[in-house]
Design a binder for this molecule. Structure first.
Ligand code: NAP
Ligand code: MG
Length: 419
C-alpha cells in the first residue's frame, strides 16, 4: 500500500515505563508503515524532563498550540519515591497539568466498547463521555475549622471601594464548634467550559447534558445553567438542530439515574467535583481502564491533545525489566493515536487519513471480538478465578500486537483502506 500523505505535522510526546514500550510497538507496527507524516517529537520521559528542568513539557505544549494536534504517551508524575528512584533535581509537576494550563482546554474521557467484553451495566450499549470542568470550586476553596462561638460572614470588597458594590452575607451564627468553606468560579471559565462541551458534542454528533444542583445552589449552580443556556441560544442551537442533537440541563441526581437507565451515547458536562466522582464511576461501570481514552480540547475546538486515561503501568514494567512475560492492553494508547490523527484529518479535510484512523480502530476491536485479547479483558469475560482453568488463553503483549498487525495488514491488502 502506498503511504497516506499527512500534509500538516502532529506533535508526539513520548512517555515512561510500560506505556513507552507499547507506544513504540504502536508506531513500529501500526502507524509508521502506513503514513507519510512529519512528527514534531518531544521526549517527555521523566529523565528528560529532569535533564531539561521540565522545559521540554512547556515546549511540547506550545507546539501543540501551534500545530493543533498532540498525541501523548503516559508519563510518570513524580512523588517522593520517584525523586529517589530517578535522583531528580526537583519534584516536577504533572506534565498533564502543565499542558492543560498552557492549552487551556477541557478533558473528555470516553470508554472504548467491544461487543464480547461484558459491561457491568447491561443497557450501556454506547459510550458515555464525561466532560469535567477542571477549574476552581472545591479544588481552589478555603476550608477551615471553627473552634469558638461566633458569626461567620462572607464579604465582597470591590477594588474601586465603592460602597454600593460592597456585599456582606451572614453565613451562620456558631453556638458550637464546626467547619466552614469559601469557594468561587468565574464566568469566563464557565463560558470556555460550555463552549468546549458544545463543540465536542457537535464533533461527536452526540447530545449534551449539563448536570448541576440548581434547586439548592440557586445562584451558584444557576450561573452554570444560565451560561450554558445563553451560549446555546446565541450560537449553538441552529447547529444542534441541523445535526438533530439536543442540549439539556438536568439536576445531578436526576442525571445519575438517567445515565444508569440510558443506553449511553451522550456527552455529560460535570462541575469539577461531580466530574471527579462521575468519571471514576463511568470508567468502572464500563470495565477496564485499559479501554478508556482521554482528550483535551480547546473551547474553539481547534486544538486537541489525546492520550490513554491510564498511567505508565509500573507493575507490568517491573515484570518486563525482569525479562518476564507481560500482558498489557495497548488499545487506549492506539486510540490516542487514531483520535489525534482523526483530528488532523478533520482540520486538513484529509479523508484518506480519517478512513485510515477509523479502519485501524475497527480492525483492533475485531481482533478482541475474535477472542484474542490481553489479560485485563480476559478477566472481564472469564473472571479472575477461571483464568488458570480456562481452555482459552489470553495473549502476552507482543503476541497481541502480532495479531493486531496481522488483521490490519489483511484489511489493507483487501483494499478495505482507500488511499
Ligand atoms: P496505571 O499505570 O494506570 O496502572 C494501574 C493498574 O491498572 C495496573 O497495575 C494494571 O493492573 C491496570 N492497567 C492500567 N493500564 C493498563 C493496560 N493498558 N493494560 C492492562 N492493565 C492496565 O496507574 P498507576 O500504577 O497508579 O500509575 C503508574 C504511573 O503512571 C505513576 O507514576 C503515575 O504518576 C502515572 N500516571 C500517569 C498518567 C498520565 O500520564 N496520564 C495517568 C495516571 C497515572 P494490574 O497490575 O492488575 O494488571
Ligand atoms: Mg478522581
Amino acid at each position: 500500500m502506498k503511504k497516506i500523505k499527512v500534509t500538516n505535522p502532529i506533535v508526539e510526546m513520548d512517555g515512561d515505563e510500560m506505556a513507552r514500550i507499547i507506544w513504540n510497538l504502536i508506531k513500529k507496527y501500526l502507524i509508521f508503515p502506513y503514513l507519510d507524516m512529519k512528527i514534531i517529537y518531544f521526549d517527555l520521559c521523566l529523565k528528560n524532563r529532569d535533564f531539561t528542568e521540565d522545559k521540554i513539557t512547556i515546549e511540547a505544549a506550545k507546539a501543540i498550540k501551534k500545530y493543533n494536534v498532540g498525541i501523548k504517551c503516559a508519563t510518570i508524575t513524580p512523588d517522593q519515591e520517584r525523586m529517589k528512584e530517578f535522583h531528580l533535581k526537583k519534584m516536577w509537576k504533572s506534565p498533564n497539568g502543565t499542558i492543560r494550563n498552557i492549552i487551556d482546554g477541557t478533558i473528555f474521557r470516553e470508554p472504548i466498547l467491544v461487543k464480547n467484553i461484558p459491561i457491568p451495566i447491561k443497557n450501556w450499549k454506547n459510550p458515555i463521555c464525561i466532560a469535567r470542568h477542571a477549574n476552581a470550586d472545591q479544588y481552589n476553596a478555603i476550608d477551615f475549622i471553627i473552634k469558638k462561638k461566633g458569626r461567620l460572614y462572607l464579604y465582597f470588597i470591590p477594588d474601586n471601594n465603592e460602597k454600593k458594590d460592597f456585599q456582606k452575607y451572614e453565613i451562620h451564627h456558631f453556638t458550637e464548634p464546626g467547619i466552614a468553606i469559601g469557594m468561587y468560579n468565574t464566568d469566563e471559565s464557565i463560558y470556555r467550559f460550555a463552549r468546549s462541551c458544545f463543540n465536542y458534542s457537535i464533533y461527536k454528533k452526540w447530545p449534551l447534558f449539563l448536570s448541576t444542583k440548581n434547586t439548592i445552589l440557586k445562584t451558584y449552580d444557576g450561573r452554570y445553567k444560565d451560561i450554558f443556556h445563553d451560549l446555546y441560544q446565541k450560537e449553538f442551537l441552529p447547529i444542534f438542530e441541523k445535526l438533530k442533537i439536543t442540549y439539556e440541563h438536568r439536576l445531578i441526581d436526576d442525571m445519575v439515574a438517567y445515565a444508569i437507565k440510558s443506553n449511553g451515547g451522550f456527552v455529560w458536562a460535570c462541575k469539577n467535583y461531580d466530574g471527579d466522582v462521575q468519571s471514576d464511576a463511568i470508567a468502572q461501570g464500563f470495565g477496564s481502564i485499559g479501554m478508556m481514552t482521554s482528550i483535551l480540547i480547546t473551547p474553539d475546538g481547534k486544538t486537541l491533545e489525546s492520550e490513554a486515561a491510564h498511567g505508565t503501568i509500573t507493575k507490568h514494567y517491573r515484570l518486563h525489566q525482569k525479562g518476564k512475560i507481560t500482558s498489557t492492553n495497548p488499545i487506549a494508547s492506539i486510540f490516542a493515536w487514531t483520535r489525534g490523527l482523526k483530528h488532523r484529518a478533520f482540520l486538513d479535510k484529509n479523508y484518506p487519513l480519517k478512513n485510515f484512523s477509523e479502519k485501524l480502530e475497527k480492525s483492533c476491536l475485531e481482533v478482541i471480538e475474535s477472542g484474542k485479547m490481553t489479560k485485563d479483558l480476559f478477566k472481564l469475560i472469564y473472571g479472575s478465578n477461571d483464568i488458570k482453568n480456562s481452555k482459552n488463553k489470553y495473549l502476552d503483549t507482543e503476541s497481541f500486537f502480532h495479531e493486531l498487525k496481522l488483521n490490519f495488514e489483511k484489511k489493507t491488502k483487501n483494499r478495505e483502506i482507500d488511499n
